[in-house]
Write a protein that binds this ligand. Structure first.
Ligand SMILES: [Mg+2]
Length: 285
């Protein structure tokens, strides 16, 4: 039994609603042409990171466009095949499964004109995948852009906090952030399982404006991650909030303070060379 991340397809992995509408009866938001398959920003990297952490990746997609007569099963399968190829090329990972539901109760194609247990928010696709691919649902996650994605996940028995809705004002703003949440929780689980602890440490800038510069912010965060990695630490989160660098990592408080001291050493010199001013509070160099 392995954990999986269940993934909605349209507007979660690939761009759909922003594309020109296909010919009716397909409508805006339907993607029926494999040549138009493009991963959204951050998706390739996010999928690669999830796969590297041991998650199987399973797409679960409503394709009511088939019931509406806007695409054939073969067209949906061609788009899904293209999606597999693009993910293999750009993320270097193979999807464990791609499930889709062609049924819709308001469809016009007799064969597909009905409600179906696979159609999200029903959990049928997730349950079928879990059984066929031997997936541990209790350790799995779901990432989607619509409320019905989250509802399908919870109906399948995945905890609500493991079902992430992506979008402005939702659980996470974008796919990369969803991957971050999954991986941070995964890492915390691994640290705790080994009897380790998780600590958060912070370090204030010399003045409130110093960390407003985007280049300074990205350099400081990259330094924290790189120094942590070099030391063999699991850095769960590194961010600038207000006038402080905040780092959450697996290890003792002393380990965290040691990491901050290294970040200070590396970035203070860089910042002085660039601006003539110190970056961190309490630094008299
Ligand atoms: Mg969607």
């Amino acid at each position: 039994m392995t954990p999986a991340v269940f993934l909605d397809r349209d507007d979660t992995l690939i761009e759909c609603t922003t594309l020109p509408a296909p010919p009716p009866p397909a409508k805006a938001g339907d993607l029926v042409d494999p040549r138009l398959v493009r991963l959204l920003p951050g998706v390739a990297d996010g999928l690669a990171r999830l796969h590297a952490a041991g998650f199987r990746l399973v797409v679960v997609s409503n394709q009511g466009v088939v019931a509406r007569g806007g695409a054939t099963l073969e067209q949906v399968e061609a788009v899904n095949q293209r999606l597999r190829e693009v993910i293999l090329t750009e993320a270097g990972v193979d999807l464990a499964g791609v499930y889709f539901c062609p049924f819709h109760p308001a469809g016009t194609v007799p064969r597909f004109h009905r409600e179906h247990s696979w159609r999200k928010p029903a959990p049928g696709m997730i349950l079928a995948a879990a059984s066929e691919l031997e997936i541990d649902l209790s350790a799995s996650w779901l990432i989607g852009d619509a409320a019905r994605d989250v509802d399908a996940g919870t109906a399948a028995g995945i905890a609500r906090e493991r079902c992430l809705q992506v979008g402005e004002g939702r659980d996470v703003p974008e796919f990369a952030a969803a991957a971050d949440v999954v991986l941070a929780a995964h890492d915390i689980g691994a640290i705790v399982a080994e009897g380790g602890e998780v600590v958060t440490v912070l370090m204030h800038a010399a003045d409130a404006g110093a960390l407003c510069d985007a280049r300074v912010r990205s350099t400081v965060i990259a330094a924290a991650r790189a120094i942590g990695e070099r030391a063999g630490l699991i850095v769960l989160h590194a961010a600038i909030e207000g006038d402080a660098l905040i780092v959450t990592l697996g290890g003792s408080r002393l380990t965290g303070l040691g990491l901050l001291a290294e970040v200070r050493r590396a970035t203070e010199r860089w910042h002085r060379g660039r601006t003539g001013n110190g970056l961190w509070r309490g630094n008299d160099e």
